[in-house]
Design a protein around this ligand. Sequence first.
Ligand code: NAP
Ligand code: G4F
Length: 351
Amino acid sequence: MRRKVALITGITGQDGSYLAELLLKKNYKVHGVIRKSSSFNTSRIDHIYVDPHNKTNFFLHYGDLTDSNSVYNIINKIRPTEVYNLGAQSHVGVSFENPEFTAEVSGIGTLRILEAIRFLNMKKIKFYQASTSELFGETYGKNIFNEISKFHPKSPYGVAKLYSYWITSVYRESYGLFASNGILFNHESPRRGETFVTRKITRFLTKKKLGSKEILYLGNLNAKRDWGHAKDYVEMQWRILQQKKPDDFVIATGKAFSVKQFIDIASKVLNFKIEWKGKGLKEQGYLIHNNKKELIIKIDKKYFRPNEVDYLKGDASKAFKQLNFKPKYSFKKLVEDMVESDLILAEKEIH
Ligand code: NAP
Ligand code: G4F
């Protein structure tokens, strides 16, 4: 049997880096697409990179999801057995500022891969699409979303991902491709990008622990998300492609916490106590320590989105049953992992 060869778009991102580690452990040959950048953008994968002049199972290729030729050429050259399309402009807030770019990368980018697979007649490739809980936006009376819930995206990012979701399904039905969607709810880790809210919080609080004088400016504190750990979730991405038939799966923890609750729990890990005062744009967070009160969290309107998904909680019953999904990280363990890792980082930065 031919050795498994994976191609990962978005390998330099949070999920791409964990997935590459997982597949290397499973003895895959792993190829990743990286974008040309004027500064280094490989910090999450530097530890697994080996100069290709030496023996390695890990290879990087310059390419871009906006460039059909690069997508086609890479797939033609590598002839992967599995393709994980994790590449995206993945920031919901930024998608309101760069809607067209977001559509090109997070929407049409998926079509470019599927078309390359079709043109090359590589029907044995298994294709994974990184779909998202941002496809949902309205509860329609239910307080939990699963594979048959109604979609109602609320951002240019959500709409781009909706296109990707459906084009994946259409290529599965029309051309018999093994093409599956993982509808993943928010997942975080110490490798989460620093402009996403969880990492923004853990970076801030850990620096505060070491005496920083900064103030944290945030947007909607009351939004609720179903937060899991990226390490648990990339394992499910792999399992989705190991199924006998292509299919779509929700991956979620089934619990939702607000941004404010995330702050409270992260603070507790650091033996901090936060007192909240005021409401709406005037809400403020005070750090209570040594009988002193320090104002450390304020609201800034600029972090509110023109349209917001207020609430997301997923029902992953199908994945529990068919993928044997058993997350190792609880919400508390996830927050602890992020805080502990950022504390080490903050200590390094000080010295
Ligand atoms: P991430 O950390 O933002 O990583 C995104 C990756 O996409 C990076 O490697 C980035 O490269 C790459 N990329 C951006 N534009 C590209 C382009 N034009 N061509 C090729 N690659 C491009 O995202 P993540 O959190 O790992 O998420 C992985 C995937 O899952 C994304 O598609 C995301 O939308 C989706 N998703 C994420 C979550 C979540 O909670 N994390 C939930 C559901 C779905 P650079 O490093 O060069 O920027
Ligand atoms: O951390 P966030 O930016 O993640 P968001 O918008 O939920 O999107 C992430 O999860 C999606 C899955 O549901 C992925 F598809 C997507 O790629 C991305 O990984 O924001 C979480 C919540 C939002 O309600 C936001 O309005 O936190 C709120 N928030 C409040 N203050 C903030 C801030 N978000 C950010 N980024 N920055 C703030 O200062």
